[in-house]
Ligand binder design. Structure first.
Ligand SMILES: CSC[C@H]1O[C@H](OP(=O)(O)O)[C@H](O)[C@@H]1O
Ligand SMILES: Nc1ncnc2[nH]cnc12
Length: 292
């Protein structure tokens, strides 16, 4: 049995986790460049725990400039088996009011200025993203929400926009017409890269605003986001503590194969693979490369 290592990526407003046992920040180097920050290593009742602030402490990095590959690779090197993203988002549905948490299960990726794969020239891979989040991990997050009495909905589609500007009203209405539930700027390519790295992934999308489609609510700005974010972060920190407390110490196999995604993904013949790229893939694809 594989031992679980729980990783959290903290989004806007969530840059640290007070009250955790044996915390220390460690620099984890990655061949994919600079991660957003050092990683906070800690333990919760024997469960290894890792935390990375997505925008860096002090919120220095905008969505487009986050090095998602370095972040996911560094978390993989830090041993993470399960990764929960905690994200601020806009709501595209009346029933998801500010303060509500949506445990997203689908994404539409509209980003266009980001590196989206560890693979490419010298080794081509196509992982499945039909089910981008890992059901057992979402179940555990939901259990923690219930235990902490956090108002939440399981399931929902997160539209990922490039940003950093918020949407136009026409865009907001378009995404509503597509049936999307929430909107943000960060969960792609993060979810794609987690799948390539065989890390189980889930997202807690914490609603801060109604974007700009609502007839009775002013369009989103940073002040509106900040006004709700503090309360959301306090709830998210409680949620993370509870999740770590209840999380299975032995990692169950993922029913959708998140942790074996590369078994059927790499198409490049072994003799045609670029040794330089293969060296960079040592952490992400180590499990399958060791077998080859
Ligand atoms: C400060 S509001 C916009 C900002 O917040 C969200 O980031 P994160 O997912 O890291 O919480 C959103 O995607 C934008 O990057
Ligand atoms: N309305 C919105 N659009 C994109 N990202 C967001 N993050 C928080 N609110 C958002």
């Amino acid at each position: 049995m594989v031992k679980s290592v729980l990783g959290i990526i903290g989004g806007s407003g969530f840059y640290n986790l007070p009250g955790i046992q044996n915390p220390h920040w460690e620099k984890v180097s990655s061949p994919w460049g600079e991660p957003s920050d050092d990683i906070l290593f800690a333990e919760v009742d024997g469960l290894p725990f890792r935390f990375l602030p997505r925008h860096g402490r002090g919120h220095r990095i905008s969505p487009t400039h986050i090095n998602f590959r370095a972040n996911v690779d560094a978390l993989k090197r830090a041993g993470v088996t399960d990764l929960v993203s905690i994200s601020a988002c806009g709501s595209l549905k009346d029933q998801f009011a500010p303060g509500h948490f949506v445990l997203v299960d689908q994404f539409i990726d509209r980003t266009f200025a980001r590196e989206k794969s560890f693979f490419g020239e010298g080794c081509v891979a196509h992982v499945s993203l039909a089910h981008p989040v890992s059901p057992l991990l979402v179940d555990a997050v939901e259990q923690a929400c219930k235990a902490e009495d956090i108002d939440h909905t399981k399931g929902g589609t997160y539209l990922v926009m490039e940003g950093p500007q918020f949407s136009t009203r026409a865009e907001s209405f378009l995404y509503r017409s597509w049936g999307c539930d929430v909107i943000g700027m960060t969960n792609m390519p993060e979810a794609k890269l987690a799948r390539e790295a065989e890390i189980c992934y889930a997202t807690v999308a914490m609603v801060t605003d109604y974007d700009c489609w609502h007839e009775e609510v002013a369009h989103v700005d940073v002040a509106a986001v900040l006004a709700v974010m503090k309360g959301n972060t306090e709830k998210a920190q409680r949620l993370v503590h509870k999740l770590a407390e209840i999380f299975p110490r032995e990692h169950p196999p993922c029913p959708i194969g998140s942790n074996t995604a590369l078994d059927v993904a790499i198409i490049t013949a072994p003799e045609a693979r670029d040794p330089k790229l293969m060296a960079k893939l040592d952490a992400v694809a180590g499990r399958v490369l060791a077998k080859a």
